[in-house]
Write a protein that binds this ligand. Structure first.
Ligand SMILES: Cc1cc2nc3c(=O)[nH]c(=O)nc-3n(C[C@H](O)[C@H](O)[C@H](O)COP(=O)(O)OP(=O)(O)OC[C@H]3O[C@@H](n4cnc5c(N)ncnc54)[C@H](O)[C@@H]3O)c2cc1C
Length: 454
């Protein structure tokens, strides 16, 4: 049995950060990770030519200070996302090519409606306290209705509804009817509002680390090499008056406290002894993730740029809900990313790999022309079926959950502490939020020991 000061469960950005900060503070740590790799919902693959593919989380934006601090710590520079060229929106089979952020060639009604809707939501986000959204003046009212109900009430046309739906529900990779309005306001508000979420330049897709997310998590893991145990899914956490015993597949750890840094929906797979308080246990059962497939298609060059496209396109409910230019800092090779979200991702999961590939390439040819027909490679990452993620991109709260169980998101349950991006009051759902949650949990366990001594 390993005997350490603290145990951390899960080596995504939250767990890696918690373990690293504890080690840097002179504490002994064991970091137990279920997969045979670190990174969790980020996963960088480096190709033979040195280019890289981020198969999960990839982009960073302004205000994401804690992931930027890690990048500085490990000497990882960023490069700006390509936004040059026209974007495309496809609605009812019609392609709208546009510069800037507004597809003006669409129905002016729909476009105005979208703009007004986002502005109203931006204001509503400001009325939600980041640390305690359940205390917002209208918390009960907003938690009682789904995002779909709000969109329905605030859309003047089918086009407007589809655009709002994609812009808002897309983040949760679920149908808008599955997500509470209060959750949407909380999550988007934690990053500054919907403008930041859907914004390219200056928003959440502003830049990427050179070398991908792996350029950050690999050196973190290297610093933790003595602490890290891969392929060790944690099965049980028992706590008593003196500490915790954490049992994984082949390793048992005895520690003073444990930080659990895994997605809420799969935190139910661990047996807690004694059982967790009911509200926290119910929170685990009620915070599902959505369905998402991320596909990276490699070409000799980013041919869409020469044709005047930025690579950004959107098509509500299609098998390629979004596309975005995902080239490295050198634009060689050309990398086009497809993100398929929600019900469309679930439908695609039922096809076999060859059928899905044909669908993806067909969508790219339809949008960017015949040069898209012959990629060098296609990398598909279906987060929907990843056992240790339980879906992606992030967990969401259906109606009624935040107001009843949200207060349990952060407080520890005895010696069991909680991290993970969904527990972050700032940049909740982003990699930056994961880092913040890891730093908060590390400070929390150390403060608990200090309090016990004094
Ligand atoms: C397709 C996709 C695109 C995204 N794009 C972006 C983006 O561009 N920018 C951005 O900021 N965010 C993005 N995100 C979200 C971002 O990836 C996550 O917010 C972040 O990685 C979450 O980190 P985490 O440490 O909280 O959780 P995770 O990364 O999920 O880490 C949890 C870890 O716990 C492990 N684990 C699970 N169960 C157990 C167990 N029983 N025992 C031990 N270990 C266990 C898992 O294997 C995993 O390594 C994206 C996510 C996806 C899926």
């Amino acid at each position: 049995m390993a005997d350490v000061d603290y145990c951390v469960v899960g080596a995504g950005f939250a767990g890696l950060t918690a373990a690293l900060r504890l080690k840097q503070a002179g504490r002994s740590v064991a970091l137990l990770e279920a997969r045979d790799r670190v990174g969790g919902r980020t996963f960088t693959v480096t190709r033979d030519d040195g280019s890289w593919i981020d198969r999960g989380g990839a982009w960073v934006g302004p205000g994401q200070d804690r992931i930027h601090a890690l990048m500085d710590e490990f000497g990882v520079p960023e490069y700006k996302q390509n936004h040059d060229g026209d974007a495309m929106m496809i609605v009812d089979g019609k392609k709208h090519r546009y510069g800037g952020t507004i597809p003006w060639s669409m129905s002016p009604w729909a476009v105005t409606n979208l703009g007004v809707g986002l502005t109203v939501l931006e204001e509503m986000c400001k009325a939600v306290p980041r640390e305690s959204p359940w205390e917002a003046k209208k918390a009960d009212e907003w938690d009682r209705i789904s995002l779909a109900e709000w969109i329905e009430k605030n859309s003047l046309s089918k086009q407007a509804r589809e655009m709002l739906d994609m812009a808002l529900a897309g983040t949760y990779t679920s149908a808008a009817s599955e997500t509470s309005l209060l959750w949407m306001l909380t999550q988007m508000g934690s990053g500054g509002g919907p403008g930041f979420v859907i914004g390219g330049k200056g928003g959440a897709q502003d830049a990427r680390p050179v070398g991908g997310m792996g350029a950050i998590y690999r050196p973190m893991a290297a610093e933790l090499v003595d602490a890290l145990h891969l392929s060790q899914p944690v099965q049980q956490i028992s706590q008593d008056a003196d500490g915790v015993t954490v049992s994984a597949a082949d390793v048992t750890v005895r520690a003073r406290r444990v930080i659990v840094a895994i997605p809420l929906a799969i935190a139910t797979s661990i047996v807690y002894e004694p059982a967790l308080p009911v509200d926290r246990a119910f929170l685990h059962q009620r915070m599902p993730s959505g369905a998402v497939i991320k596909v990276s298609v490699i070409y000799d060059e980013p041919f869409w740029r020469a044709d005047g496209f930025s690579g950004q396109s959107s098509s509500p409910n299609s098998p390629a809900t979004l596309t975005i230019d995902a080239c490295t800092d050198t634009a060689d090779p050309g990398i086009m990313c497809i993100i398929t979200e929600g019900p469309a991702a679930r439908r695609l999961t039922k096809l076999d790999e060859a059928e899905r590939k044909a669908v993806f390439i067909g969508e790219l040819v339809d949008r960017f022309g015949s040069k898209a027909k012959t990629p060098l490679e296609l990398h598909e990452q279906n987060w929907t079926v990843e056992r240790y993620s339980g879906g992606g991109m992030i967990g969401h709260a259906p109606t009624g959950v935040l107001t009843q169980f949200g207060y349990t998101l952060r407080p520890p349950c005895g010696r069991v502490h909680w991290a993970g991006t969904e527990s972050s009051a700032v940049m909740c759902g982003w990699i930056d939020g994961a880092v913040r949650s890891g730093e908060r949990a590390a400070s929390e366990v150390m403060a608990a020991e200090t309090a016990a001594v004094s």
